[in-house]
Ligand binder design. Sequence first.
Ligand SMILES: O=C(O)CCC(=O)C(=O)O
Ligand SMILES: [Mn+2]
Length: 233
Amino acid sequence: MKEALAAAPVATPIPITAGPSGLRFHAYYLDRVQQEALLATLRQVLHRAPLYTPSMPKSGRPFTVRMSNCGPLGWTSDQAGYRYQPTHPETGRPWPPLPGVLIEIWNDLTGYPYPPQACLINYYGPTAKMGLHQDRDEQDFAAPVVSLSLGDSCLFRVGGLKRSDPTRSFRLNSGDALVLGGEARLAFHGVDRIFPDTSPLLAETGRLNLTLRRVTRPNVAIAAVGCGGDLPL
Ligand SMILES: O=C(O)CCC(=O)C(=O)O
Ligand SMILES: [Mn+2]
């Protein structure tokens, strides 16, 4: 896959000029062949760690997005709150390992000297959305978050560091990559809507999104963040 990545059309990162710095958009980072290869890998992950419906802290209201994870840690939410944990909340099994291709993508896009520890997999059906939020359940905000889109396009919204800051919306298409680093690491963002049947990639209508994250600060063992388990960095 390294060869496949190397053969990718050069996707010049587009820094998004208004708003917080450090937001980089790579249009069509993965070409169609690479998207299909990544999708096949993801299907294997989802076979071992099926999509499930998380629920909101306190209210217990179900998310419209279904989720799973791979990597030593996975992000989840239920009435007890948001957190990272080493096991799937329904099967109780450890999340499948991070596929090598995702580590290559992380290295290529971030150059961050430590590997991602979690890959959250979001599946949006045609009416699913994700409200404006910050990714702030991690200890390590020095590391960027890398987001990859597969399948139907969506309308993505990004703002500033305060919920009330002005926001801008743009379309994310299959194969696009977005890096939230620097000041944009804590930018508010969300998904307003899916544009159904805009991509032939998935057999079903909908969109898959992957976000690669560091969770602990370098050299802090995962066990030390209260996620249980004693997993290596
Ligand atoms: O689906 C997306 O593009 C964004 C997902 C996201 O923000 C998240 O999972 O925290
Ligand atoms: Mn997010």
